[in-house]
Design a binder for this molecule. Structure first.
Ligand code: URA
Length: 434
């Protein structure tokens, strides 16, 4: 087999066989196909797309390119959860304890933030003592005993994705549905859960800016699950403005705890309840969606969700006092800079991407993979879309441990659009759905 023939076939709109796709993935992992041919192939896929069968074959070849986890020692249905990435997205920190409180077993591998989106692993590292690396036995024991564990992705999982993503990133081929779907699903499948809930973000702060493309991505991932025998459910949730009022790391953990106490912003609670309920449903712990939602809401109201979060923090070496006094335990910002309203009116838009970039410039995220982050840095949103403001009133604060860079404040100001009336806000309150 020659790589050139595969490139020509895809360039001319043909469909590759399973054997051809496996040849490609093996060559990528072993380094026998040069980067320029891999890049040309990726660009051909970007323009020509892939059939459902091709995407499934690509995912399967990627899944088995490295370590594959076996979770069978943990009894029960194991359910994983994945978000396609957002700003202020602390859903995992709320949904997993709620699902675990209802009886779901949730083994989760999470990523770090990159660019304008945050990562759950960075957020958890804001809790003093918290360990995001566990050996396999400790990970499985914790899933069994506590109901869930969250760790960083192990090095050996899906090496094909690491190699392909690095090239996609520099060849303009990241935003291709077959490539995104196979990248996400290969990692989820290698992580070994029996069922998967996908939270596909749609809007200005997401990978998928519009509903049609988000739906197409969700359908591509569900089709992979169907073909490879993994129960997969997807929901679409809004990411035009950030989720909740905190964007960063320590401040997002504190907000997640407030939600688990029943004091958190409604939008975070809503998405977390929907995700947790889908996990309960896939685990077979409720007869229908309404019963699953009711069970999750009960675990939130009676404090079992908060209790599960406390047990999780303690099991991974973190200080469980964070649950009772988050502000006293988490790193605190010593600097704060305000963005104030320049007119009377209503917030008509709050651009999630711009808020994420402002938080990153303040130190909450990384511009490069190796950069260190300031766990206390971030953004606190006092006003969101649809809310009335007075000239001179604070819209939002930039937070950090060190003096706040001017460009962070400027970027946060650009995130806001003000209008004269509530009607100008138009899209206020686009809720979770799908
Ligand atoms: N997340 C992934 O894991 N892979 C992609 O290609 C895009 C988002």
């Amino acid at each position: 087999m020659r790589m050139l023939d595969l490139i020509l076939k895809k360039r001319d709109g043909g469909a590759l066989t399973e054997g051809e796709i496996r040849f490609f993935v093996d060559g990528v992992v072993r380094g026998t196909i040069p980067d320029y041919q891999v890049s040309a192939f990726l660009m051909a896929v970007y323009f020509r797309g892939m059939t459902e069968a091709e995407v499934a074959a690509l995912t399967e070849a990627m899944r088995t390119s490295g370590e594959v986890l076996d979770l069978s020692v943990v009894p029960g249905v194991k359910v994983d959860k994945h978000s396609t990435g957002g700003v202020g997205d602390k859903t995992t920190l709320v949904a997993l304890p709620l699902a675990a409180a209802v009886g779901v077993k949730a083994p989760k591998m999470s990523g770090r933030g990159l660019g304008h989106t945050g990562g759950t692993i960075d957020k958890l590292e804001a809790i003093p003592g918290f360990r995001t690396a566990l050996d396999r036995e400790a990970f499985l024991r914790q899933v069994d005993a506590v109901g869930f564990a969250v760790v960083g992705q192990t090095e050996g999982l899906v090496p094909a994705d690491k190699a392909l993503y690095a090239l996609r990133d520099v060849t303009g081929t990241v935003d291709s549905i077959p490539l995104i779907a196979s990248s996400i699903m290969s990692k989820k499948l290698a992580a070994g859960a029996d069922a998967i809930v996908l939270d596909v973000k749609v809007g200005r702060g997401a990978f998928m800016p519009d509903e049609a493309s988000a739906r197409a991505l969700a359908e591509a991932m569900i089709a992979i699950g169907r073909r490879l025998g993994k129960r997969t459910h997807a929901i679409l949730t809004a990411m035009d403005e950030p989720l909740g009022r905190e964007v960063g790391n320590a401040n997002e953990v504190a907000e997640a705890i407030r939600v688990l106490r029943g004091e958190g912003p409604e939008d975070v609670e809503e998405v977390a309840v929907v995700v947790a309920a889908e996990m309960v449903l896939l685990a077979g712990l409720a007869p229908d969606r309404a019963a699953a939602v009711a069970a999750v809401r009960e675990a939130l109201a009676d404090g079992r969700g908060l209790g599960a979060f406390r047990a999780f923090v303690a099991a991974q070496g973190g200080d469980p006092a964070v649950v009772d006094a988050p502000e006293a335990v988490l790193p605190r910002p010593h600097h704060r800079a305000a963005v104030v309203a320049w007119a009377d009116g209503v917030v008509t838009a709050l651009d999630a991407r711009a808020v994420g970039e402002a938080a990153m410039r303040a130190g909450a995220g990384r511009a490069t993979k190796e950069a260190a982050i300031d766990l206390a840095a971030g953004v606190h949103l006092r006003k969101k879309t649809g809310e009335v403001v007075r000239r001179g009133e604070v819209l939002a604060d930039v937070l950090a441990s060190r003096p706040i860079p001017e460009d962070a404040v400027l970027r946060l100001r650009e995130a806001y659009a003000l209008g004269e009336t509530a009607e100008d806000a138009g899209l206020a309150g686009r809720a979770a759905g799908g």
